[in-house]
Design a protein around this ligand. Structure first.
Ligand SMILES: [Zn+2]
Length: 253
């Protein structure tokens, strides 16, 4: 797998965004794979508004985003339609390809659609009154807010990850696919994010209670944060993400 965008593909294209588009689509089409099932992926015919690639085997859809540098903040289209898509579970999964000035590929990360919540969709400033589309509001997607297990790297820091490990990592959280209630899923993802911040494999309930204030700020209406944390731990345990070791101690699998 050559970690480089092929400039010869971009001959005849003048706009830089088009050039990057052509090169990165080619790279993903020939080197990436369906992270859910491992199958090859196919590219949709041009101008499919919803997504760029699909898996012929498990029908997963992928949208490709490319960005120079290693940022996890990606710009997307209009804000409100994106929020609606998240609420209706209609977003595709994302491939984010990061490249350098010299067109080397530093990272390729897949973010599964079932990790998307409203809070990661950030509105941009409305376009100025003098702009052609005055008042139009676009959005950024903040992948930093997504739990680490939701960011599945195919290439990380110029190194290709073994395919079996990539698919295994994806399987670890695939249970989230079945969570159709976006609000309760938001809680599960928040607790997963707290587990990331703990940075340990074994933890206690008390460790997680330390996040009570932060979660209270995020959910000011909720007056039962601790029971909510316990409920989410149960959900994560039932789905094999963590295991209960006894005496209030848990282990992340
Ligand atoms: Zn698949």
């Amino acid at each position: 797998m050559l970690l480089k965008l092929d400039e010869s593909l971009a001959r005849g294209y003048h706009s830089n965004s088009q050039r990057i588009r052509v090169m990165s689509e080619y790279w993903i089409g020939h080197n990436a794979y369906c992270v859910v099932c491992g199958s090859v992926i196919n590219q949709y015919a041009n101008n499919n508004p919803a997504s760029d690639f699909y898996c012929p085997k498990c029908k997963e859809n992928y949208e490709l985003k490319s960005k120079k540098g290693r940022s996890l903040l990606i710009s997307d289209g209009a804000y409100q339609p994106m929020i609606d898509k998240v609420r209706n579970n209609e977003t595709p999964s994302f491939f984010l390809l990061n490249y350098t000035e010299s067109l080397d590929i530093s990272d390729v990360v897949m973010v599964a659609r079932y990790f998307f919540t409203e809070s990661i969709i950030i509105p941009r400033k409305p376009l100025s009154p003098t702009a052609r589309r005055a008042g139009w509001v676009g959005c950024n997607i903040d992948l930093k807010q997504i739990p680490e297990d939701g960011k599945i790297f195919l290439v990380k820091n110029f190194i290709v990850m073994p395919k079996n490990e990539v698919i295994e990592k994806c399987q670890k959280t695939i249970f989230l696919k079945g969570f159709s209630d976006i609000k309760s899923k938001g809680w599960t993802l928040d607790v997963m994010k707290c587990l990331d911040d703990l940075k340990k494999q074994e933890f206690t309930l008390e460790d997680l209670y330390a996040f009570e204030t932060i979660l209270q700020m995020k959910y000011p209406e909720n007056h039962h944060i601790r029971p909510k944390i316990r409920q989410q731990l149960q959900i994560l345990r039932d789905n094999g993400y963590i295991e209960f070791l006894g005496k209030g101690t848990y282990h992340i699998r």
